[in-house]
Design a protein around this ligand. Structure first.
Ligand code: HEM
Length: 469
């Protein structure tokens, strides 16, 4: 036994030594001590990583920030090979000092390292949101979307607030069975602020993430602005699990701080519709033919039966991925990819934005919003050979466990809103590009639009939508 162990140990030591002798993936030359810190921009870093990948002619690039190894995966093949197929060693998280220790997300299993504590929480969370429970949660999505339509009719200017309420209330209802009625509810507001903190703190671009001892600096110290930002966010983030316990005796379910992601997709959907009226009309024609003539609002009876609406949802998720570099993974063993050494402990960033905008995956002109890219040549069915555009939900064992409810919510919002409203830009407002925020989660900057009921019959359908459930 002892002999076999020592043979195994010897084999693994020689294997590690052989791997360590391989070159690291290519990347920009770093400076002494600080490495590539100056190559990591504070904003839209996914663009820069893609540029570096093109410059070095490699889908995998290497950077070093204050001694921390960073591997960026810029192709779907690299993500699938490493994060999916080799998930037993690529499913941990880096330390994330800013997110966990300073901002206070240690309670959220999404940022925990791979291990038993994470596994228990993930299992319980999945039980709540798994696909076999669609019968339990779909009626709640339908009810939420019907209320959303009434709110859009009565107070269209607050469409973002209604979207926040829809996403937040629905998750609170599924997870804890509690009913929230307004977007000014304290829990919705708090979750919103907590998610804004998550979006900003999770970028892996704070120096303290690479040199945790910087966290010891006092807040007043020059350059320690991250400490001041963290303490401003910490109050809301710490309150999230505490308040969650007011509603449930099961603290492990407290992983629901993910509403912001779905809300960001709702806004992208609205934006794409006002910027592409011909696509809006095409989607409405498909809905009118299949549902509106039935004299009722759409529901899950139509799910997966209208290929153009499925394609539209895929394109919303692809065009502006909510999480452009997903959430950082960490690799726990030395590994080899395409002859390059991937060092144990490296932070691994899947560049979801680069993948979503890769013409070799999604066809020409990836900057254009065009649902037809997901259809077959005759435009009659979804092209099943094309990836779904869901890469934005991450990879391997850490893939988003809310993927199904998120996609189904976005789908029902899209089909229901288009069935009864024409979405139009505000007359006289400057049309064109709307800027997106930069961070772990991105969202469109505030914009205005109009929700015009398509007919008197549509108004009646909206008004009667909730009572007919
Ligand atoms: C458009 C909507 C959404 C997007 C784009 C999104 C995206 C992501 C991504 C990229 C990750 C990290 C995956 C990885 O590390 O490889 C993630 C993790 C996670 N998501 Fe989502 N998500 C969305 C909606 C939701 C919803 C609605 C929920 C809750 C019902 C949710 C719950 C979670 C949780 C708990 C994790 C942590 C998983 C873990 O670390 O094991 N997400 N999500």
């Amino acid at each position: 036994m002892n002999i076999s162990l020592s043979i195994r140990d010897y084999t693994s030591v020689t294997k590690s030594a052989a791997i360590a002798g391989l070159p690291l993936p290519p990347g920009p030359r770093g400076l002494p001590l600080i490495g590539n810190v100056l190559d990591i921009p504070g904003e839209e870093f996914w663009e820069k990583y893609k540029e570096l990948s093109d410059q070095h002619g490699s889908d995998v690039i290497y950077l070093n920030a204050l001694g921390t190894d960073i591997i960026v995966l810029n192709s779907i093949e690299a993500c699938r090979e490493l994060l999916d197929k080799r998930s037993s060693i690529y499913s941990s998280r880096p330390e994330m000092t800013m997110m966990n220790d300073l901002v206070g997300f240690t309670w959220h299993f999404g940022f925990m390292p791979y291990g038993d504590k994470w596994k228990v929480r993930r299992k319980i969370f999945q039980q709540v949101f798994q696909s076999s429970r669609v019968e339990d949660y779909r009626p709640k999505i339908v009810k939420g979307v019907r209320n959303f339509l009434v709110q859009l009719l009565d107070n269209p200017d607050n469409f973002r607030g209604h979207g926040r309420l829809l996403a937040g209330a629905f998750i609170l209802d599924i997870a804890y069975g509690i009913e929230v009625k307004s977007d000014s509810d304290i829990y919705i507001q708090q979750a919103e602020r907590g998610m804004a903190a998550m979006a900003a703190a999770g970028t892996s671009s704070y120096l303290v993430d690479f040199l945790p001892s910087l966290g010891m600096l006092p807040s007043w110290f020059p350059g320690a602005h991250f400490k001041r930002e963290a303490s401003a966010w910490n109050r809301d983030v710490a309150a999230m699990p505490r308040d969650c316990l007011l509603y449930t005796d099961d603290a492990l379910k407290c992983g629901n701080a993910r509403t912001y992601t779905t809300v960001s997709s709702f806004a992208t959907f609205f934006l794409c519709m006002i910027q592409n009226p011909e696509i809006q009309r095409k989607a409405q024609t498909a809905i009118d033919e299949a549902v509106s003539q039935l004299g009722r609002l759409p529901d899950f009876t139509e799910y997966r039966k209208l290929p153009y609406i499925d394609a539209l949802v895929r394109e919303v998720l692809r065009w502006r991925p909510v999480t452009p570099i997903a959430v950082p993974h960490a690799v726990i063993e030395d590994d080899v990819y395409k002859g390059y050494h991937i060092p144990a402990g490296a932070t691994v960033l899947p560049n979801a934005y680069a993948i979503a905008h890769d013409p070799s995956v999604y066809g020409p002109n990836p900057a254009k919003f065009d649902p037809s890219r997901f259809m077959n040549a005759s435009q009659t069915k979804i092209n099943e050979d094309m990836p779904m555009g869901y890469e934005t939900f991450g990879y391997g064992r850490r893939i988003c466990p809310g993927i199904q409810v998120a996609v189904e919510s976005i789908w029902l919002v899209a089909i229901s809103v288009l069935a009864v409203f024409d979405l139009r830009p505000v007359e006289g407002a400057r049309e064109g590009f709307v800027k997106y925020s930069s961070g772990m989660l991105i969202h469109a900057d505030p914009f205005k639009m109009r929700f015009v009921p398509r007919s008197q019959e549509a108004v009646e359908l909206i008004r009667n939508g909730v009572s007919t459930l």
